[in-house]
Structure formats: C-alpha cells, structure tokens
Write a new protein. Sequence first.
Length: 202
Amino acid sequence: MSQSEMTYTADDYDIDAHVPAPEALRRLEAGNRIYVEALDHERDLSPARIQELFEKGQRPFACIITCADSRVVPEHIFMAGLGELFVIRVAGNVVGPTELASAVYACEHLHTRLLLVLGHTHCGAIKAALDGEGGPVAAITDRIAAALGDVHDPYEASVLNAQASVAALRQSPEIARLEAEEGLMVGSAVYHTHCGVVDFLA
C-alpha cells in the first residue's frame, strides 16, 4: 500500500503536534483522497475546539500558500479542521513580501515543517498573464508571465507558476536556514478544479 493509499481516521490526527514534514505531507495526501472520494470524515469544528485554540494558540502542521480563487479551499481539499493549516491566499498564489513574511512567521514562530505552494487549474490570474493583460492586475500578471516564459499550455503554466513561488520562497535566508537546519520541506502542488485531485509535484 502506498503512502497516498493509507487509511486515516480522525484518531490518527494529533492536530496539536508539530509533525515532521513527511508526515505532514502524508496527512495532506490522505485528506485529499478522502475529499475526492467523498468519504465520511470528521473534523473538530466545535465550540470546545475554538476555545482550546483561543487559550492554547495555534499549532498548524502545514503552511499553504494558495490562490484566492473561491473554488480552492485548502481546509476542504485536505479535509483539515480548525488550527491544522496556516493558509495564505493571494490571487495567482504568487509570493511577494507580504506572503513571504507570513510564511516565515508560520515556519519560524509556529514551527510548521511543511510549506506548500498550491496552484490550481483554470486559474484566472494565469489566464490573464497568458493573454497579456495588465492594468490593475499587472502586479500579479507580470510576475506570473515572467515565470511562464514561452509556455502556453494551461496546466504546465500552473505547474511553473507554483514552482516559481517555491523558488521565491527559497530566496529568503530564513526559509533557506529552516530547510537546511530545522527539517522544513518546501514543495508545490496543483489542484484540479474539475475533479478535486491534487498533484503533488516533485
């Protein structure tokens, strides 16, 4: 049985633990499988959990930078509950100073050991970049266009855009140090908006 086929139940998730990056990735893979197969799966959204997070603070097992697209909701895609994911959302899942600072906060101060850039198919920001649109969205589309180069295939564009954000993250001395010394894993993935499947990229 592959790691992505392993069966997890609610009892297998210690949502307050700082888990190593490989285990965090396995949890995301398992959560996405449950989401796609529409299996019953419980997550704690109770008032007691809200109170616990208020009193004890957050300890997310993964930080995810993803698009602001309303169809792309990491907490659902990975079947995660309150306090499990630190999510940074911005159109086109681009990484600028604000997104980088938020990621450093999650990884350095909250000790999250998995940092994942989650792109998606049928992304409006990528389409705008491919179409050469500028104007008010140029701050996003120009950055995406630079990452895409001569690529015109929409899926490949989603992959390259996510990987460009990973490269931008790795330019940070703080992220580089956490990768080298603290077990941080930085990776990318693409969510298929037509079926819910996530491709975890190498």
